[in-house]
Design a binder for this molecule. Sequence first.
Ligand code: UDP
Length: 350
Amino acid sequence: MKKILVVGGAGYIGSHMVLALQDAGHEVVVFDNLSQGHADAVRGAELVVGDLRAPREIDLCLASRSFDLVMHFAAFAYVGESVAKPEIYYENNVLGSLNLLAAMRRSGVDKFVFSSTCATYGEPGQLPIAESHPQNPINPYGRSKLMVEQVLLDYGRAYGVSSISLRYFNAAGCDVQGRAGERHDPETHLIPLVLAEAMRVRNGGDPAGTKLEVFGGDFATPDGSCARDYIHVSDLVRAHLLAAERLLNGEVGQDRPAEFYNLANGNGFSVLDVIRACEAVTGIPIRYRMAPRRAGDPAVLVGDARLAEEVLGWRPQFTDLPSIVRTAWNWMSRGPVGQANEWNAHEVEP
Ligand code: UDP
């Protein structure tokens, strides 16, 4: 059993991570400012409410406990917002990470797992995108994540911090046992928005009153809508467990102290594929309107995760859309978010 700090453990991916670590027998402490996360998402772990932008708060958290490893999920992640308000992205995502790394150094913790993103690649030159693809992010969000990746290379060489950064494609789905789910405010992600529309109709809403929009129907894809690589959150967190094991076993060393892996399915599913999968899973016809393209959306983003398979031994288990969507619908069907309880959830098999 190891003692692990999960920064951002009250958020969507972080709360799934906490469950996976607990399931694997580790002791977990969560540090979260609850700006995006929810206190009730943290169960069976100590929750320290604090902000990475306040160095004292994260210093205190680390200094008073001896952690074996830190995982960092606390970031702002809305691309559009990052363009309008870059300052908060650089402060929270970059400065916050620097404060965290400084606190780790002061308390002698030298193993770090970092949530990175395929947004560090920018416009794809070749598909699927491998780790060797040039990194030219096209928005402040992607740049803020790339900056931290670069910091990790330098800190690894100079200070002996060993780290693994995991570049996610489109995180989706919810815990198979319905213990945790996706709760963003505002929600901008496709699968929860499509399922919210299904829920509205199930609750008696007029199907013609749909607010669901498909951003762009004229992309160079078979059906004209954007294709993305959806990767189940439980697959994502399993990769973090494997990354943590690699770090704790001392397999990330002096010669190459910072490693970077894509976490992707390798399959592209279009927006219309997602809507059809949600209809099939829910049994509810879902209407939508075609809308203009969203700024900065490439036609296709698909990742190559062979390196994670070779080195970490990681392979996604949820490879088709319905299996991902079923877990999200299971979570959403549990009732009003925040009032969910253990008893009306059931397990969904991959
Ligand atoms: N999308 C859409 N309508 C929406 C939300 C998203 O058509 O209301 C599209 C979006 O343009 C992208 C895909 O769905 O092609 C996935 O978007 P999401 O915001 O879920 O993830 P992102 O790819 O931005 O990380």
